[in-house]
Design a protein around this ligand. Structure first.
Ligand SMILES: CC(C)(COP(=O)(O)OP(=O)(O)OC[C@H]1O[C@@H](n2cnc3c(N)ncnc32)[C@H](O)[C@@H]1OP(=O)(O)O)[C@@H](O)C(=O)NCCC(=O)NCCS
Length: 170
């Protein structure tokens, strides 16, 4: 599947649809998709605490036949001195997984963060999935709460190192 820009029309009938920017009309469907993917327990996570306090930088959605089948959000943060965004949650509807849609959403985030001129992207996620996009371990990024440090990952755009407290960029 091609990594289409966020605004490009689909050129392959098998592609579920173009990535769109999340609007307020998507919010309820995004919440439902994320809860279905992660379960209600996610609200206890340190990542969620950070998202509650950080400004949202962007959100991207994928629809099929008018139904939301994928979403991801970006939050404005500082990682030490590095200007960055925190990626997540990312979710694809179970029936639509393993067709490249998650990758399309991650690439939309990378394009957006690069366009914003940031130093990198931080996330807490599964290294086997995110390493394929160039994310590397960030052992010195300090999240505001308990976290499995092996899952804290960074995609660098500049030389700025992800070292220090992770906090909302307000
Ligand atoms: C993670 C997720 C967004 C990926 O969406 P997707 O559309 O299936 O992603 P892609 O099609 O780009 O990639 C699928 C590949 O990634 C692999 N993959 C998916 N999740 C993975 C994970 N957590 N760890 C390792 N590999 C994973 C799949 O096995 C598949 O491998 P294959 O290509 O060899 O079959 C989706 O599986 C999902 O919503 N999961 C539940 C929510 C979640 O756990 N999100 C955060 C992940 S840390």
């Amino acid at each position: 599947m091609n990594a289409a820009p966020a605004s490009a029309p689909p050129d392959d009938p098998q592609i579920a649809g173009p990535i769109t920017r999340e609007t307020t009309a998507d919010a309820a469907a995004v919440d439902a998709l994320v809860i279905a993917a992660f379960g209600p327990g996610r609200f206890a996570k340190t990542a969620e605490r950070l998202r509650e306090r950080a400004p949202r930088a962007a959100g991207f959605c994928l629809h099929e036949d008018g139904r939301l089948i994928g979403s991801v959000r970006l939050w404005s943060i500082l990682t030490g001195e590095a200007r960055s965004v925190f990626l997540g949650p990312i979710a694809v509807d179970q029936a639509s997984r393993s067709t490249g849609l998650g990758g399309e959403l991650v690439r939309a985030c990378i394009e957006e963060a690069r366009a914003l001129g940031l130093d990198g992207i931080l996330l807490v996620g599964d290294p086997p999935y995110f390493s394929r996009f160039g994310f590397v371990p960030a052992p010195d990024a300090v999240l505001p709460g308990p976290v499995d440090q092996r899952r804290v990952m960074w995609l660098p755009f500049t030389e700025a190192a992800p070292v220090g407290a992770v906090r909302p960029a307000v």
